[in-house]
Design a protein around this ligand. Structure first.
Ligand SMILES: Cc1cc2nc3c(=O)[nH]c(=O)nc-3n(C[C@H](O)[C@H](O)[C@H](O)COP(=O)(O)O)c2cc1C
Length: 172
């Protein structure tokens, strides 16, 4: 099979991370892959926010724990948010392309990842206004999705989930 398609097929969501840090050289490649995603009419309406700062990550983790009543970051020490102006009609489509490019690039670099969906709702709560300001996400902006990157805990095996039989339909 083609190498790129093999990598796409080997991507899985990881929900248990070790303390090992993603080297900057690899993070830069992941971000570059995100930047080179397609965008509607080439308007490039999204931004990527990288959070490595331990104190800020801890604030995000605690706020998510409070709003969702469960651990949402799974011990990862690198979080990237993809966001843009909420009134942009193609915001979700553009952001999703960026996120997927980053997932695939990470997989190619043997870095684990998982989409984290709770950021926008959490950052919209009045009690998290200061945290939102610290992240520099304006009120007219929306976090479409976030991704954690890192290395899975040693010995952790994550099987690929089977895909449904009728996924693809060929028109007769
Ligand atoms: C839009 C979207 C939102 C997701 N949100 C979360 C999430 O908040 N937390 C989480 O652990 N996984 C989340 N996931 C990961 C999915 O649960 C995962 O992709 C799915 O179970 C298939 O498993 P796989 O990624 O290993 O193929 C999300 C995935 C997508 C595409």
């Amino acid at each position: 099979m083609n190498k790129t398609i093999e990598i796409i097929k080997s991507r899985v969501s990881c929900r248990s991370y070790s303390d090992r840090r993603v080297p900057n050289s690899k993070l830069e490649q992941i971000l570059e892959a995100g930047k080179f995603a397609p965008s509607g009419v080439n308007r490039q309406i999204c931004n990527i926010l990288v959070i490595k700062n331990r104190k800020v990550l801890e604030r995000v983790r605690e706020a998510l724990l409070k709003s969702n009543k469960r651990e949402c970051l799974y011990g990862a020490n690198l979080l990237c948010l993809v966001y843009g102006k909420r009134d942009e009609p193609l915001l979700v489509q553009d952001a999703s392309c960026i996120l997927e490019n980053m997932f695939i690039a990470a997989t190619a670099l043997k870095i684990d990842s998982c989409w984290i969906n709770q950021l926008d709702e959490m950052l919209s709560l009045p009690e998290n206004k200061k945290l939102r300001a610290r992240l520099g996400i304006n009120d007219d902006e929306r976090v479409v999705g976030s991704v954690i990157f890192g290395y899975r805990k040693e010995g952790e095996e994550i099987p690929s989930k089977p895909r449904k039989e009728d996924f693809v339909r060929f028109l007769k």
